[in-house]
Design a protein around this ligand. Structure first.
Ligand code: BES
Ligand code: ZN
Ligand code: ZN
Length: 490
C-alpha cells in the first residue's frame, strides 16, 4: 500500500473519502442534501456512499466524525478505518481522503490517525489461503496546507514505521505453532533485526543452563523443540546508562502441560507469544524511527508440552534469581519463563527500568475483556509517563493493586514461592510473582491475555487474530512524553 500526502486531480482516483462533522457549520450543498434525503447525519460511524455517473470520481464515501467537541484521534482512526473497508469492498484502486475542518485538535495528529486507520483496518493474514486476494490501494491524503506538508511527510514516515511494527506483531501472533517455534522465531527475529536496525543475539539451551535459568528451562523441557533466549539490542543513546528492558512472554505454544488445558482453551494457544511479538514490533518501530534511547528486548521462547521429560505439578524448581518455586500448576508457566528473563535483563543487560508484556492470565480476560490491558507497577512516575503515552494511542490500560496482602498468595509451603494460589485474584497473583524478581527496578507489568488477540474485533481497525497491542504505547513511551506532534491536526 502506498500512502501519499498530496493534493491530487480527482480524475486519477476512483473514489474519495469525505469526513463530515455532525455539527459542522460549513457543510457543502452536497452534504446538506445527503443529510436531508438519507439517514446520514455525520454521527460517529455514520457511512453513506454515492456513485457518480458523470465526472472522473466513481465513488464518494461520506463518513461521520460525530460532534466537533468530542472529536479525537481514536474517532478519526475508527472513521477512516470504516471508510477504508468500504473502499476495499468497492474495489477502489486509488482513493483520496479529503481534508476537513478541525480546529479542535484530535489528540494525536490527523495524518497519524488516518494512516493507522487505513493500514490497520486493511490488514489481512491470508498467506495460507490458496486464493489470497491482495488489496493494496494508492491512498492520497489531501488538503494539508503547503507549509505543513514537510512536517506531514515526516509524520507519515514515522507512523508508517510504527505501523510496520504493529503489523509484524500481528503477523507473528497469527502464525501457527508448527511454523513459529522457538528456533524459527529466533531466526525470524535475526532477520527482522538486520532489516530494521537492531542487534540480535540468540542463546541456546546450554547457554541458558549455564546462566542458571532453571525456571525457564523447566517449562521448556517437555518439548521436542529446543528453547531459545532471544536478545534484541537497540542503542540509540550510547552516552546514557539508562536502558529500558522489554520482556515479552514467548510461549510459542501452551498446552498447559500436565495441568492440561481443555480443547477450547488450547485452540488459541499459538497466540501465547503475543508479548514476544509486541516486543519485536516495538523494537522495529523504535529502531526504524531511530529514537535516541537505549532499549533491550528479551524473549524466553519455549513450548509448554507434555512428554516423559515434561515438568510435573508438585515439582520444586530453581530460578536464575535464586528463589525456589513449587510448581503447583504447569499451566501457570508464563511467569516461570518471565522471571528468568527479568533476572537476565537486569543482571546481564543492565536494564534500569523494566516493562514486561505477557498473555499471562485468563483472569485478565474475565476482569477486563478484550479492550483493556491489566497493568501493575511499583513506580508512580513510571506509571504516569506510561499512561500519558497510552493516551496518544487507541490502547487502553487499567491498573491493578500490588497490596502487600497479595504476597501471601505466592508464598510456598516447601519452597520459597509457589506459582499459583486458590484464593482468586489470578491476574494480581501472577503480577506479584513477577514483582519478586524485579529487584529495586521501576517496573510495569502488562497482562495482555485479553488484548493481544481477539475473536471479536473491538474497533474498526482491529481485525480478528493478533492486534499488535501494546506496540504503539511502547513506542510513544520510548519516544518520550510531550514530543508528539499535533501540528498537522489543523
Ligand atoms: N497462556 C495462559 C493465559 C491465557 C489464557 C492467555 C487465555 C490467553 C488466553 C497462561 O499460561 C495460563 O494458562 N494461565 C492460567 C493460570 C492459572 C493456572 C493460575 C490461567 O489463566 O488459567
Ligand atoms: Zn499456561
Ligand atoms: Zn501461557
Amino acid at each position: 500500500m502506498n500512502i501519499k500526502i498530496k493534493d491530487v486531480d480527482l480524475g486519477i482516483v476512483d473514489g474519495i473519502i469525505i469526513p463530515v462533522f455532525e455539527n459542522s457549520d460549513i457543510k457543502s450543498l452536497e452534504v446538506q442534501s445527503i443529510m436531508k434525503s438519507s439517514s446520514f447525519s455525520g454521527k460517529k460511524g455514520d457511512l453513506f456512499y454515492t456513485t457518480e455517473i458523470s465526472g472522473g470520481i466513481k465513488y464518494k464515501i461520506y463518513i461521520g466524525l460525530g460532534k466537533k467537541e468530542t472529536f479525537d484521534g481514536e474517532i478519526l482512526r475508527n472513521s477512516i478505518a470504516k471508510a477504508a473497508k468500504k473502499a476495499k469492498e468497492l474495489k477502489l484502486k486509488a482513493f483520496a481522503i479529503e481534508n476537513f475542518e478541525s480546529d479542535e485538535i484530535c489528540n494525536s495528529g490527523k495524518v497519524k490517525c488516518m494512516v493507522e486507520g487505513v493500514r490497520l483496518s486493511l490488514y489481512t493474514f491470508n498467506k495460507y489461503k490458496s486464493e489470497n486476494e491482495m488489496y493494496s490501494p494508492e491512498v492520497y491524503i489531501c488538503g494539508i496546507p503547503e507549509e505543513k506538508i514537510n512536517k506531514g511527510n515526516e509524520i507519515l514516515e514515522e507512523v508508517n514505521n510504527l505501523v510496520d511494527g504493529v503489523i509484524t506483531a500481528r503477523d507473528l501472533v497469527n502464525e501457527p505453532a508448527n511454523i513459529i517455534y522457538p528456533e524459527s522465531l529466533a531466526n525470524e527475529v535475526i532477520k527482522l533485526g538486520a532489516e530494521n536496525g537492531f542487534e540480535v543475539e540468540v542463546l541456546d539451551e546450554k547457554q541458558c543452563n549455564n546462566l542458571g535459568m532453571k525456571a525457564f528451562l523447566s517449562v521448556a523441557q517437555g518439548s521436542e523443540k529446543a528453547p531459545r533466549l532471544i536478545v534484541m539490542r537497540y542503542i540509540g543513546n550510547a552516552g546514557s546508562n539508562e536502558v529500558l528492558g522489554l520482556v515479552g512472554k514467548g510461549l510459542t505454544y501452551d498446552s498447559g502441560g500436565y495441568s492440561i488445558k481443555p480443547t477450547s482453551s488450547m485452540v488459541h494457544m499459538k497466540e501465547d507469544m503475543g508479548g514476544a511479538a509486541a516486543t519485536v514490533g516495538a523494537m522495529i518501530a523504535i529502531a526504524k524511527n531511530k529514537l535516541k534511547k537505549n532499549v533491550i528486548g528479551v524473549i524466553a521462547a519455549c513450548e509448554n508440552m507434555i512428554s516423559h521429560k515434561a515438568y510435573r505439578p508438585g515439582d520444586v524448581i530453581e530460578s536464575m534469581g535464586g528463589k525456589t518455586i513449587e510448581v503447583l500448576n504447569t499451566d501457570a508457566e508464563g511467569r516461570l519463563t518471565l522471571i528468568d528473563a527479568i533476572t537476565y535483563i537486569i543482571e546481564k543487560e543492565g536494564a534500569t527500568k523494566i516493562i514486561d508484556l505477557a498473555t499471562l492470565t485468563g483472569a485478565a480476560i474475565t476482569a477486563l475483556g478484550n479492550y483493556t490491558t491489566a497493568l501493575m507497577t511499583n513506580n508512580e512516575d513510571f506509571y504516569e509517563d506510561f499512561m500519558k503515552s497510552a493516551g496518544l494511542t487507541g490502547e487502553s490500560f487499567w491498573r491493578m493493586p500490588t497490596f502487600d496482602h497479595y504476597r501471601k498468595q505466592i508464598v510456598g509451603t516447601i519452597a520459597d514461592l509457589k506459582n499459583v494460589d486458590v484464593n482468586g485474584a489470578g491476574t494480581i497473583v501472577a503480577g506479584m510473582f513477577l514483582k519478586e524478581f524485579v529487584q529495586d527496578k521501576p517496573w510495569i507489568h502488562l497482562d495482555i491475555a485479553g488484548t493481544a488477540s481477539t475473536k471479536n474485533p473491538i474497533s474498526e481497525y482491529i481485525v480478528k487474530g493478533g492486534t499488535g497491542v501494546p506496540v504503539s504505547t511502547l513506542y510513544y513511551f520510548v519516544k518520550g512524553k510531550g514530543q508528539h506532534n499535533k501540528e498537522v491536526s489543523n
